[in-house]
Design a protein around this ligand. Structure first.
Ligand SMILES: Nc1ncnc2c1ncn2[C@@H]1O[C@H](COP(=O)(O)OP(=O)(O)O)[C@@H](O)[C@H]1O
Ligand SMILES: [Mg+2]
Length: 94
C-alpha cells in the first residue's frame, strides 16, 4: 500500500529581492514498510521536502497524500490533528 505520495510538488520562496525554487515538480511515492533516506547537498531542499511531507508547511503547487489523505484539502486544524495522529517528526534543531 502506498503510504506517502507527492505529485507535482513545488515550493517557491518568494521575497522582494529573490525567488528560490526549493522544490520544483517533485513526484514520487513510498510504499508502506519502505525505509527511505533523502540525501543531497546543503540547500538542495531536503528540509523543505520534509516540511511538506509532514504537513508543517504548505506547498506552492502540487500536493502530498498520506495514506490517501490529501494534506492540502484539510483545514489547518484538521491537518494539525492528522499530523498528531499519523506523523512523527524529529527536528534537526531543537
Ligand atoms: N524560509 C525560507 N525562505 C527563503 N528561502 C528558503 C527558506 N527555507 C529554505 N530556503 C531556501 O531553499 C533552498 C532549500 O533549503 P532547505 O530545504 O533548507 O535545504 P536542505 O535542508 O537540503 O539544506 C535553499 O536555497 C534555502 O536557502
Ligand atoms: Mg536541512
Amino acid at each position: 500500500m502506498e503510504i506517502v505520495k507527492a505529485a507535482g510538488l513545488k515550493k517557491y520562496y518568494i521575497t522582494d529581492t529573490y525567488e528560490v525554487h526549493a522544490l520544483d515538480d517533485v513526484t514520487f511515492s513510498i510504499e508502506e514498510g519502505e525505509f527511505i533516506a533523502i540525501i543531497g547537498t546543503s540547500g538542495s531542499g531536503k528540509t523543505t521536502l520534509l516540511n511538506m511531507l509532514g504537513g508543517l508547511d504548505t506547498p506552492t503547487g502540487g500536493g502530498v497524500w498520506i495514506r490517501g489523505n490529501s494534506l492540502k484539502d484539510m483545514e489547518s486544524e484538521e491537518r494539525t490533528i492528522f499530523r498528531r495522529r499519523n506523523i512523527g517528526f524529529v527536528f534537526q534543531q531543537i
